[in-house]
Ligand binder design. Structure first.
Ligand SMILES: C[C@@](CO)(OP(=O)(O)O)[C@H](O)COP(=O)(O)OP(=O)(O)OC[C@H]1O[C@@H](n2ccc(N)nc2=O)[C@H](O)[C@@H]1O
Ligand SMILES: Nc1ncnc2c1ncn2[C@@H]1O[C@H](COP(=O)(O)OP(=O)(O)O)[C@@H](O)[C@H]1O
Length: 290
């Protein structure tokens, strides 16, 4: 049997870090939303019970136990004593190590897909709880849509989606380490975004307020280390985006814009000097169980 699952990227509209925890993680408060830029995951049942095979043409994607989709399959196999194997073919569209949760979304899509392929009958809440064992962003990716994420990112409260708009993304050709960005953050010395006000603006469908309130406490850390990221941010502003922010730990910069012609101008302008540029829509509500 074979199953196709979509694994969409996320952006952080607001990302605050409250403090460092005794377990080494940081307590966060974020607003995350999925966008229409997605990897495609194809799951094929294998008769050989101990095999988890990863297939990907992307040279940056590990094809062994380091792959988060592999870890998702292994977790389900071990937790539920599954005596079947699976081939996981990953067609990457989300740039790797970009702050867009590509690997986490592949893992979440694998959890959702294998739940169906192996008839496990798990709820999204149960899949999200399992996902948290793989990575902090996996729980959100299990649900998709728009949500407040707290704890180390794994506690998810759904909220309505923001009003429709374009999201233009530009990823400079560097990869950043999430762990290093968190390590270099000085929580007491940076400007903190107002996450509650962002949630309120989304509930009110107030696009202008959303644009004013975007903020990411990790941005300063990455921009300081990589001036090319700061340059892309400046250019995106100059080309006329309504709001411009770095996603997650970076280095991807996204711009929000409502008018088609302005989106096209920003996209064309950035393509002049940045290799990976995308213009996609915000996705709507959470998706149902695949
Ligand atoms: C920054 C964010 C924002 O959405 O996204 P990305 O930039 O990765 O997309 C996330 O917090 C990233 O989540 P994720 O990439 O799943 O992180 P994990 O694999 O759990 O952790 C990687 C490392 O980041 C640090 N980490 C992560 C989450 C957290 N709340 N505090 C931390 O200090 C830890 O050092 C950890 O070892
Ligand atoms: N399925 C996957 N797709 C992409 N990267 C993966 C995957 N599984 C593991 N990784 C590893 O995870 C790291 C972070 O990748 P990714 O999830 O794309 O970034 P981010 O956490 O910044 O959103 C990569 O350097 C890569 O080696």
């Amino acid at each position: 049997m074979r199953l196709l699952v979509k694994a969409p990227a996320k952006i952080n509209l607001s990302l605050d870090v409250l403090h460092k925890r005794p377990d080494g993680y940081h307590e966060v408060k974020m607003v995350m939303t999925t966008i229409d830029l997605a990897d495609r995951i194809e799951l094929t049942s294998l008769p050989t019970e101990d095999t988890i095979q990863i297939i990907s043409q992307n040279r940056f994607v590990p094809d062994d136990h380091r792959n988060l989709a592999y870890q998702a399959a292994k977790l389900l196999k071990e937790t539920f004593s599954i005596k079947k194997g699976v081939a996981i073919s990953i067609t990457k569209h989300i740039p790797v190590a970009a702050g867009l949760a590509g690997g986490s979304s592949d893992a979440a899509a694998t959890l959702r897909g294998l739940n169906k392929l192996w008839n496990l009958g798990l709820t999204l809440d149960e899949l999200a709880e399992l996902g948290a064992q793989i990575g902090s962003d996996v729980s959100f990716c299990v649900y998709g849509g728009t949500a407040i994420a707290t704890g180390r990112g794994e506690k998810i409260t759904p909220i309505p989606s923001p009003p429709p708009c374009w999201v233009v993304l530009a990823k400079p050709s560097i990869g950043v380490s999430t762990a290093e960005v968190y390590r270099n953050l000085k929580v007491g010395e940076v400007a903190h975004p107002d996450v509650d006000a962002m949630v309120e603006a989304i509930r009110c469908q107030d696009y202008a307020a959303i644009c004013k309130l975007v903020g990411n406490v990790l941005e300063e850390v990455t921009l300081k280390k990589y001036p090319e990221v700061a340059h892309i941010k400046e250019q995106m502003k100059r080309f006329g985006a309504d709001a411009v922010l770095m996603s997650g730990s970076g280095p991807t910069i996204f711009g929000l814009v409502q008018h088609d012609s302005r989106m096209q101008r920003i996209y064309n302008g950035l393509r002049g000097f940045c290799e990976q540029v995308f213009a996609v829509r915000l996705l709507g509500e959470r998706y149902p169980l695949d």
